[in-house]
Write a protein that binds this ligand. Structure first.
Ligand code: GAR
Length: 210
C-alpha cells in the first residue's frame, strides 16, 4: 500500500483546475491523495476562495512583498518546503519556476498547459494567448497537456494529452472554455490519480504509464 500523496497546488487566478482536482477527490476519481496547501502569487486569486470553501490551507506569497525576484523565490521555496509535499501541481500558476525549485522537486512538479505541446507553448504562451495563437494559425485541433516541469518552458516529459476540436467561429474565450471542459479538467485529475497510485515513471526523459 502506497502512502497518501501529499500535494501542494500552486495557482494564480480563477482556479477552475483546482476545483476539478477537489471535485475528483470528493467523487473518488482521485484516490490516495490529499491537498496539503494551495499557494497563490496573487492575493486576489479566486482560487484562494475555492480552497477556503473546502477548508484547505491556503496562502499568498506575492513578489510585490519582496525587494527582488531572488528574495521572492527563496521565500516561496522555503514556504513550500515547510509543507513537505510529494507533488507540486501547477494549476494555472503563471510564475516562472526557479531552477533551485526544479532541482529539488525533480519529476515531482506537474503543469497543465492549454495546448497540445509542442504546439503553442513556451515563453509568451499562457492563458488566453495560447488560444489566440491557435485561432490566428487556423489549426483545426488543439487540446491540453499535463507534463512534468523541467528547466525549460513547457519542455518536460509529457504525462497525458487530450485533443479538442477548434470550431469555425470560436473566440479565444469560447475555445479556452471548451479546452478546459473537454480536456484540462479531465486530464489533470487523471494524471494526479495515476501518480498517487504509483502508475507513472519517467524513463529516458519519457513518461511510462502502467
Ligand atoms: C488554464 O487554462 C491553464 O491551462 C492555463 O491557465 C488557465 C488557468 O485557469 N495555464 C497556462 O497557460 C500555463 N502556461 P484556472 O485558474 O481556472 O485553472
Amino acid at each position: 500500500m502506497l502512502d497518501k500523496l501529499k500535494i501542494a497546488v500552486l495557482v494564480s487566478g480563477g482556479g477552475t483546475n483546482l476545483q476539478a482536482i477537489m471535485d475528483a477527490m470528493d467523487s473518488g476519481s482521485i484516490t490516495n491523495a490529499e491537498i496539503k496547501v494551495v499557494i497563490s502569487n496573487n492575493k486576489n486569486a479566486y482560487a484562494l476562495e475555492r480552497a477556503a470553501g473546502k477548508g484547505i490551507e491556503h496562502l499568498c506569497i506575492s513578489p510585490k512583498d519582496y525587494p527582488d525576484r531572488t528574495a521572492f523565490n527563496e521565500a516561496f521555496l522555503e514556504k513550500l518546503n515547510s509543507y513537505q509535499v510529494d507533488l507540486v501541481v501547477l494549476a494555472g500558476f503563471l510564475v516562472v519556476i526557479p531552477p533551485e525549485m526544479i532541482a529539488q522537486y525533480k519529476n515531482r512538479i506537474i503543469n497543465i498547459h492549454p495546448s497540445l505541446i509542442p504546439s503553442f507553448c513556451g515563453t509568451g504562451y499562457y492563458g488566453l494567448k495560447v488560444h489566440e495563437g491557435v485561432l490566428s494559425r487556423g489549426v483545426k485541433v488543439t487540446g491540453a497537456t499535463v507534463h512534468f516541469v523541467d528547466e525549460g518552458t513547457d519542455t518536460g516529459p509529457i504525462i497525458l494529452q487530450k485533443a479538442v476540436a477548434v470550431e469555425q467561429d470560436d473566440t479565444p474565450e469560447v475555445l479556452q472554455r471548451r479546452v478546459m471542459e473537454q480536456a484540462e479538467w479531465k486530464i489533470l485529475p487523471e494524471a494526479i490519480n495515476l501518480i498517487a497510485n504509483g502508475k507513472v515513471t519517467v524513463v529516458g526523459g519519457k513518461v511510462r504509464i502502467q
